[in-house]
Design a protein around this ligand. Structure first.
Ligand code: NAD
Length: 474
């Protein structure tokens, strides 16, 4: 007997709610077969979710921080108990290797725990001789959390943890390409979170604008492309909803000549190609000093040629398919354009005939700075290596970009690396380490990469308004 495809339901006001009309088919990107089906929320179901969240806010916003921390801790424990089931579902709908999916589910739980551990206070007192001033961080109301398809579960945790910790309620919307694991988590948390505090809604392309334009929403916490971010911000103007926008990037990695080439080539390789390059903070332009360029390129290209690409459920696969057909076609277009251009290739990645959206890593050898593979965010497994001669030059080239999300710098000389890093017009620079955010450290993009921050106490504060109570002392 074949297994029926999963059809997880939405969590609305504490109840699990199925499709009222035709559900959405969710495809497995490794096989293009149906991985499961998700409800396509009707207007009535969306209204019910926002209204349940508003209703729950009245009580949730009056709970103590410790009560809210306890609920987040219980959510983390529940998800850990179901790690294997969730990881398999995530690989099936998203495509990433099972080992990486397991990490993603574990990080969901870690993210909640990380927020529980934050030194966040919602009520602080400033005493002067004449006044006692209370600075209260009051929750906003209903937050809309909107999530892309590359890290659907980790990014959902980034929406849930700060919103709930600050005393808000949440309507969480996964991408139409990857709703299943998020909905399943909602099912598992139905009895863990008070009714209406966490709601999940799934749907097609129309659902996002309906959610951001909904008059009941007080904040939009959005992660996705810069183009969509602009639409979200325009929509928020109508309701004066607060926004946090975590958008696209074209992050530089800068490798100075004093590094251990073998070690750093491996680390930069994974900073580029993990999740098949579908990471906002993946290194997308690798600047290598001319003294070590050839040795670095050789090691990097060898990894690109030998890494195992395939169905994420197969043993030993390190890179899965691209997540959806539109993204696959964009990346294939860029690979073909690059192959057809004057740029030299160190590795020309295979693009096997279907089924599945597979593209093997392509490495481009020092293309022109104005070539598409350098100026665009590929969000796929194609990376240019770029030669540079001196620090001023590489800083100028790295900053000549509309994006400003993050970057990495690699050098044995920490002082030099830090000085260079401070000159990059980006939100985060990781020095001698892969680009990995943590729940305790603020993260946000500059320029066209976003607005506001998530993570850390600052990320929680962005889910609050400040209220000051100033008392004159006699
Ligand atoms: P996308 O912008 O197409 O979609 C993101 C989410 O927004 C989805 O849930 C989608 O359904 C929803 N959406 C689409 N149109 C909408 C609208 N008009 N109003 C409201 N919501 C709408 O992005 P994607 O293709 O899913 O994700 C890839 C992009 O996300 C890349 O550019 C990547 O760099 C970016 N990203 C950024 C971060 C970050 O933290 N900065 C993290 C991950 C991904």
């Amino acid at each position: 007997m074949p297994h029926p495809e999963p059809t997880p339901r939405m969590l609305i006001g504490g109840r699990l709610v199925g499709a009222e009309g035709d559900p959405l088919d969710v495809l497995n990107p490794a096989t293009e077969a149906i991985a499961g089906r998700a409800p396509d929320a009707t207007d009535g179901q969306l209204d019910a979710a926002v209204s349940a969240a508003r209703h729950a806010f009245a009580t949730w916003s009056t709970t103590s921080l410790d009560e809210r921390r306890a609920v987040l801790t219980a959510c983390a424990a529940t998800v850990r108990e179901h790690l294997e089931e969730l990881a398999v579902l995530l690989t099936t709908e998203q495509g990433k290797p099972l080992a990486d999916a397991r990490v993603e589910i574990a990080v969901f739980a870690d993210w909640l725990d990380g927020h529980v551990a934050l030194d966040f206070h919602d009520d602080e007192v400033i005493e002067t001789e004449t006044r006692r001033i209370r600075v209260r961080r009051v929750p906003l109301g209903v937050v809309a959390g909107i999530v892309p398809w590359n890290y659907p579960v980790v990014i959902a945790a980034k929406k849930i943890a700060p919103a709930l910790l600050a005393g808000n309620t949440l309507v969480l919307k996964p991408s139409p390409y990857t709703p299943l694991t998020t909905l399943r988590i909602g099912e598992l948390l139905a009895d863990v979170v008070p009714a209406g505090v966490l709601n999940t809604v799934s749907g097609g392309d129309g659902l996002g604008p309906r959610l951001t334009g909904h008059p009941g929403i007080r904040k939009i916490a959005f992660v996705g492309s810069t183009a969509t971010g602009r639409k979200v911000m325009a929509s928020a103007a109508g309701t004066l909803s607060r926004v946090t926008l975590e958008l696209g990037g074209n992050d530089p990695a800068i490798v100075l000549p004093d590094v251990d080439v073998d070690e750093v080539a491996v680390r930069v390789f994974w900073t580029c190609f993990a999740n098949s390059g579908q990471i906002c903070i993946a290194a997308k332009r690798v600047y290598v000093h001319e003294d070590i360029y050839d040795a670095f390129a050789e090691r990097f290209a060898e990894l690109a040629r030998t890494v195992k690409v395939g169905n994420g459920l197969e043993h030993g696969v390190r890179l899965g398919p691209l997540q959806n057909r539109a993204q696959y076609e964009r990346v294939v277009g860029l690979v073909k354009e690059t192959i057809g251009s004057s740029a030299a290739l160190l590795v020309e990645g295979a693009i096997p005939d279907g089924p599945g959206y597979f593209v093997h890593p392509t490495v481009v050898d020092d293309p022109a700075d104005d070539s598409a593979v350098v100026t665009q965010e590929p969000f796929g497994p194609i990376v240019p290596l770029l030669r540079f001669r001196d620090v001023d030059e590489v800083v100028r080239r790295a900053n000549d970009c509309e994006y400003g999300l993050a970057g990495t710098v690699w050098s044995r000389d920490l002082a030099v690396a830090e000085e260079l890093a401070a000159r990059l017009e980006v939100g985060t620079v990781w020095i001698n380490q892969e680009a990995i955010p943590t729940p305790d450290v603020p993260f946000g993009g500059r320029k066209s990469s976003g607005l506001g921050v998530e993570n850390g106490v600052e990320g929680v504060l962005e889910h609050t308004d400040t209220q000051v109570l100033s008392v004159r002392k006699e």
